[in-house]
Design a protein around this ligand. Structure first.
Ligand SMILES: [Zn+2]
Length: 198
């Protein structure tokens, strides 16, 4: 492997902003939903190590670039609004206002977005959401899309729900472990994971 290629791989590993162009240069393929969900899990694991709820999110541009990453910091920042999706949206800054990103980005999360984050998706003009694990405890996006409130707005968001069984189970175990440590019995999900899917 030549020096430039090694340097590029190092950049990919160390930087939070991952360029798909850079990945192509080192021979990596254009990434799938699974790839981005796995990046979201890296953030969920960071949140868990820090002592907050193990949820992570990444925001991806239409060309496949990761434009921001976010993680839950509710119990580290003591801020009930600091959810992973909000953190990722804030991290994207002015990019989301630009025509090449507006209504064209995808948000990946380890768990279905809650009511607050579902609203933030609308306000941020994000038109696709993918999550590893559905959540009947606080998840809201499926319900919002089914109801009439802001129907025309929610209809703009395409959703991909629990596309990988193993990632759904991984997200569920992160939460069970976290809840056990806290001595609570919230089930993050209560949604059956369809093992026949995929
Ligand atoms: Zn949320």
């Amino acid at each position: 492997m030549n020096g430039r290629k090694q340097a590029n791989i190092r950049r990919i590993v160390t930087q939070s902003y991952i360029s798909v162009q850079l990945m192509k240069e080192v021979g990596l393929n254009m990434q799938s939903d699974r790839y981005y969900l796995e990046l979201a899990f890296e953030e969920a694991e960071k949140a868990s190590c820090e002592g907050s709820i193990p949820i992570g999110a990444v925001l991806v541009a239409p060309n496949g670039d990761v434009i921001s990453r976010g993680r839950n910091q509710v119990f580290t920042a003591w801020d009930p609004t600091c959810h992973a999706e909000i953190d990722a949206i804030r991290g994207a800054g002015k990019l989301l206002f630009q025509p090449e990103y507006k209504n064209k980005c995808t948000l990946y999360s380890t768990v279905e977005p809650c009511p607050m984050c579902t609203g933030a998706l609308i306000l941020a003009d994000i038109n696709r959401a993918v999550w590893a694990l559905s959540d009947n405890y606080l998840g809201a996006l499926r319900i919002a899309k089914e109801g009439n409130h802001f129907r025309h707005k929610y209809d703009k968001i395409n959703i991909t729900v629990q596309p990988y069984v193993d990632l759904a189970e991984k997200s569920e175990s992160l939460h069970k472990e976290f809840d056990t440590k806290r001595g609570v019995t919230y089930a993050v999900s209560n949604v059956s994971i369809d093992k026949s899917f995929n």
